[in-house]
Design a protein. Structure first.
Length: 148
């Protein structure tokens, strides 16, 4: 019974983690934009009539194109993050119990660790694990009913 419950809650966890996955993608793209922008700022334009050996004249244009493309991907990732947050907030709002909602919001929307949640909600970490598991199982049952 316990293994089935863990498998069931894993499905719900995956759905709720969409916010974290989207947030991680935004952070990755943001770091990539910084690197590309830094590389573009270090490039200098050459005004010689003589071509320089081994230097690709289109490298600046390629870098700028990569920057624009990465910024576009970052904007799309932000839209996905907003959609994920909205979806997770709706799903969490289905729960009637305040503690269930609070724990899931701190964990999956605010992406906080257990110690931080424990501090904010004034529960022991062990009790948070209990509330978290109970909330995930309740969400699973609610999702199962909504799919029917």
């Amino acid at each position: 019974m316990e293994q089935k419950k863990q498998k069931v809650t894993a499905e719900v966890k995956h759905m709720l983690r969409a916010v974290k996955y989207a947030n991680d993608n935004i952070n990755r793209l943001s770091n990539l934009v910084k690197v590309i922008r830094s590389r573009a700022e270090k490039m200098t334009t050459s005004y010689n009539d003589v071509p320089s050996g081994g230097h690709n004249p289109d490298s600046r244009a390629d870098t700028i194109a990569k920057l624009v493309d990465t910024e576009r991907k970052q904007e799309e990732a932000i839209r996905e993050w907003c959609a994920a947050i909205n979806k997770v907030q709706v799903i969490i709002s289905w729960l009637d119990d305040y503690d269930d909602r609070a724990v899931l919001e701190h964990r999956y929307i605010n992406c906080e660790d257990w110690i931080t949640i424990s501090f904010h909600l004034n529960f022991s970490v062990q009790h948070l694990y209990y509330i978290h598991g109970r909330a995930l199982y309740r969400l699973y049952l609610l999702l199962k009913d909504k799919r029917k």
